[in-house]
Write a protein that binds this ligand. Structure first.
Ligand code: AHG
Ligand code: MN
Ligand code: MN
Length: 327
């Protein structure tokens, strides 16, 4: 039986949070309204995939040379058009766009970085996919042209980050720097409702998530850690959608790694669209995120589509991985 008495919608929650923290970084409610709308549209499309012609390849490759799926394009278009509405965003950085997208005539002070559809390789197999976003404030004065310096900011400067998970249910999980809260889309009322208040990353976990197909290309220290996990009975779980692997480990406890390989020393995941937002979320939930050398949030971005190696998850597991890797 569902108790309807205590339903708190995302909009109510954001309004209440702003009253509690009047000195916080500004009014994000319009941006979240637009994220929510695009999320609902993409959710509708994802749920219809298979019935209408939106599965499969788009027939192009992105800036990173990866195959673009039709749903990648649809999700990108939905988020772009929605995010341009608020008036609060002056520039959008998208995994699907080579350059900074300048929002025309915007007096907005916020910049958003977005991976519109994460886990593309899983789309056609009806496996969980998601959207990841990161919001920060421009440095230059409002009204001026947005600069590279405005866009290439450290993760530490994020004022909000989150993701939407199109899974067995659809969830929106976000932080503005005072904890992590999760909302589930109730399609009967068409709104995201608070379902996971103040999510805490378990300190310990029993899951290690890594693409074991890359094992032979890993450094001996990474191999050493994976072997250690095997010996200790730490189980392997790897979906291949970062957002889904991250969410499972956030709830259950675990560590996710996408280390560098011989072919790709920087790994695969992108700093601005994937690693920074998840690092902000995990730290707010009590976990950790590192490149193996420094905190992800301290990395100084040099380019929009920069990749970084990542180890992220339960604090004790990340600490343990680091001490074995550096031993
Ligand atoms: P995207 O679909 O946005 O390009 O991201 C794919 C990423 C990430 O979601 C996932 O964890 C990783 O690529 C999987 O890569 P491998 O197939 O190399 O394991
Ligand atoms: Mn991605
Ligand atoms: Mn993507």
């Amino acid at each position: 039986m569902i108790n309807r008495k205590n339903v708190i919608t995302l909009s109510q929650f954001i309004a209440e949070e702003q009253l509690k923290h009047p000195s916080s970084s500004g009014n994000l409610s319009k941006i979240f309204r637009d994220i929510k709308l695009a999320a609902k549209i993409v959710n509708r499309d994802v749920r219809k995939a298979g019935l209408v012609d939106i599965l499969g390849e788009h027939g192009s490759t992105n800036i990173q040379g990866e195959e673009v799926k039709k749903l990648d394009v649809i999700a990108n278009e939905e988020f772009m058009s929605s995010l341009k509405q608020s008036g609060d965003i002056c520039a959008i950085l998208s995994e699907e766009s080579e350059e900074i997208i300048h929002v025309k005539n915007s007096r907005g002070k916020y910049i958003i970085a977005i991976d519109p559809l994460d886990g593309s390789s899983n789309i056609d197999a009806n496996v969980t996919i998601g959207t990841i976003f990161s919001i920060f404030k421009r440095k230059s004065p409002v009204g001026d042209a947005v600069t590279n310096e405005d866009c290439l900011q450290k993760g530490e400067n994020q004022i909000a980050a989150g993701y939407i998970l199109y899974g067995s249910s659809t969830m929106l999980v976000y932080t503005t720097g005072s904890g992590v809260n999760g909302f589930t889309l109730d399609i009967s009322i068409g709104d995201f409702c608070l379902s996971h208040p103040q999510i805490k990353s378990p300190k310990h976990g029993k899951i290690c998530s890594v693409n074991i197909g890359n094992y032979k290309d890993f450094s001996s220290s990474i191999k050493h850690y994976i072997d250690y996990c095997n010996e200790k009975g730490i189980t392997g779980r790897y979906i291949g959608s970062f957002v889904a692997d991250f969410h499972r480990n956030l709830i259950k406890g675990g560590v996710y790694m996408y280390p560098g390989t011989l072919k790709q020393p920087e790994g695969k995941l992108r700093l601005m669209y994937e690693c920074n937002p998840m690092a902000f979320l995990i730290e707010q939930a009590g976990g950790k995120a590192t490149t193996g050398d420094i905190r992800i949030m301290e990395v100084n971005p040099k380019e929009l589509h920069q990749r970084v190696p990542i180890i992220i998850g339960s604090s004790n597991m990340v600490d343990n991985a680091m001490s074995l890797i550096n031993s």
